[in-house]
Design a protein around this ligand. Sequence first.
Ligand code: AHG
Ligand code: MN
Ligand code: MN
Length: 336
Amino acid sequence: MSKLTTLHEFIMDRQSDFPYASGELSRLLSDIAVASKVVSKDVRRAGLLENFLGAQGNTNIQGEEQQKLDVIADNQFIQMFKSGGEVCGIASEENDDFMAFESDFSKQGKYVVLFDPLDGSSNIDVNVSIGTIFSIFRRKSKAGESATLEDMMQTGDEQVAAGYVLYGSSTMLVYTTGRGVNGFTLDPYIGEFCLSHPNMKMPETGRLYAMNEGNVNICDPGIKEYIKEKCQTILEGANRPYSGRYIGSLVADFHRNLIKGGIYIYPATTVDPEGKLRLLYECNPLAFIAEQAGGLATTGHERIMDIKPTKLHQRVPYFIGSKTMMEEAMSYLKTE
Ligand code: AHG
Ligand code: MN
Ligand code: MN
C-alpha cells in the first residue's frame, strides 16, 4: 500500500501556494479538522449517550427547533475557534447574532468563520447522514479590534476557503481554498483524515435530481415542467428517466451529486418565499466548492457568489449541481 497523505501533511504542502501566507489559514483548517473529529465521535455514539438525541427544547432565530446535537456541535466549533487564535469572530446558523471574540489573543485573528454546525437536523435521530458546513473570510476590520457585522456580510466571491464535513457511512472532510477541491476520509484506526479524493471534479452532466418534491406545486411552475420533461421522461439515447434522490441533508445530497453528477433544487415556495437554505452558512460554501469542481450554483436567476448579503440569516432559493443540468434547469425558469 502506498503511503497515505494526511490532511495535515496536505495542508502544510499547500501553504507555499500562498506566497505571503503566514500559516494561520493552515492552522485554522487543522483546527476545524480537530473539532470535526470530536463532533464525528459524538455523532457516532449519539444513540448510546444520554442528552445527545432529541430536541433541545428551544427554537433558533429562524424558528427551527434546535436539536441537542446542533447545540453540542455549535459549542464544539466555537470553543475551537475561540482558542485557536486565527479567528476574531464567527456567525453560526444556531446563534441569533454574530459573535466577536473579545480576548486580546482572538482580536488579532485574521479570519472570520460562518458555519452550519450540523446540517440535516431532521436526520439526526434516525441515523441518516448529516454534516458541518463552513465558510472562511479574511476580516475587513482592523486586527486588534472587535470583529464587526461587516466582516460577516461579505459576498461568496470573497471566501478564502470553504468546506464541509460529512458524517456519513464514513466521515469525510472536503474543502477548497480556490485551487481545486480535495476530499479526505477519516481513518478511524489512526484518527486522521487522509487524502482519498484528490482534485474532485463534478461530472459535467448526470442523472440524479434532488428536490423535496412535496414542494413541486408551490414553487415556480417552470421547475415542475423541468422535472417532468427532463427528469421524469425517457430522453433520447437513454433507457430510463433520471433517478430522484433526496436525503434531506443538503450536505449529503450535495456530496453525492459532486461525485456522481446531479442537480439539487430548493426553490422559493409560497411557504418559504425566500427559499429555505441560508446564504452565508450553507449556500456560499457549497457554491464555492461546486464552482471549483466545475459545477454551478444559482438562485435560479443569479449566481450565488455574486450576492451581497443584506442580513446574517438571509435565505435564498438554491440550485446547485452539474453544469449542463443546471443550465438546462435555469432555461425553464420564468423571468422574475
Ligand atoms: P439544518 O438542519 O441545518 O437546519 O438544514 C436543513 C436543510 C438542509 O440540510 C436540507 O436539505 C433541507 O433543510 C431539507 O428541507 P426539507 O425538509 O424542507 O426538505
Ligand atoms: Mn443546514
Ligand atoms: Mn444546521
